[in-house]
Design a binder for this molecule. Sequence first.
Ligand SMILES: C[S@@+](CC[C@H](N)C(=O)[O-])C[C@H]1O[C@@H](n2cnc3c(N)ncnc32)[C@H](O)[C@@H]1O
Length: 222
Amino acid sequence: MRARQLPARYIYGMDEREEQRRRWADDARERFSALYERFPGWEVGRPQPAIVALHEAGDIGERVLDAGCGTGENALFMAAHGHQVWGIDIVDAAIGAAAEKARQRGLPAARFLVADALALDRLGLSFDTVVDSGLLHAMTDAEQRLYLGQVRAVLGPGGSFYALCYSEHQPGASGPRRVRESELEALFASGWSGLTIVETRFVVSFSDREAAAYLVGARRCP
Ligand SMILES: C[S@@+](CC[C@H](N)C(=O)[O-])C[C@H]1O[C@@H](n2cnc3c(N)ncnc32)[C@H](O)[C@@H]1O
C-alpha cells in the first residue's frame, strides 16, 4: 500500500506557523523572565480591583483560566472565592511562586502550570471564563489574533473572556502598549458577542500606583 502524501505546501505551512509560535513564546519567556528578576511593576501583592469587581458582579464562571497569571494573586483570589482555577504562565519562576502561595494559603482550588497562552488548545481543558490581567497588552497584533483563537478553543460556547489592559488614555510610553478602543473592536469583531469595553484602572507598584486601563469583556459565539 502506498503512503498517502500531503502536499508539501500544507506541511510547510503547519511547520512555519508552529515555528513562529515557538519564536513568540521564546521571546516572551526571555523578556518576562528578565522582568521578574528586576522589577515587575505589575506585582502588587493583591488581586486587581477590576478582577475583584468581576467576581462580585457574578461575571466569573465556575471553571476559570487565568492566562498569564504571573505569581497568581488574581487566580488565588478567585480560588478563595469558590472558583476552580487554572493559572498558566510562560515563566517557570512565576508559576513556582504562585504554586507556593497556593500551598501556603491552603487553596487546592488554584492549580498552576507553565504553559504558552498561544497554545491553550494543548491544555486539554475547557473553561467557563478566561481572565487575563496584563497579558493581551503585552502582545503584538498578530500574537493577539492567535491568542484570541486559542482562548476560543478552551471556552465552551457562551463562555466569557475578560482582559484588563493599559488603555490609550495612559500618558507616556513606558511599560506595555496602550490598547485603543478601536483595536479592541476590530479584534473581537468576529466570533464574539456582547463586547463591553469599560474604562478602569490597572494597579501597579510604581509612580502613580495605577494606570488608565480598559476591561474588555466578550462571549464566545457558538
Ligand atoms: C503584566 S504580567 C501580569 C501578571 C499577572 N496576570 C498579574 O496581573 O499580576 C504578564 C504575564 O504574562 C506572562 N506571559 C507573557 N507571554 C505569555 C505567554 N505567551 N504565555 C503565557 N504567559 C505569558 C508573563 O510571564 C507575565 O507573568
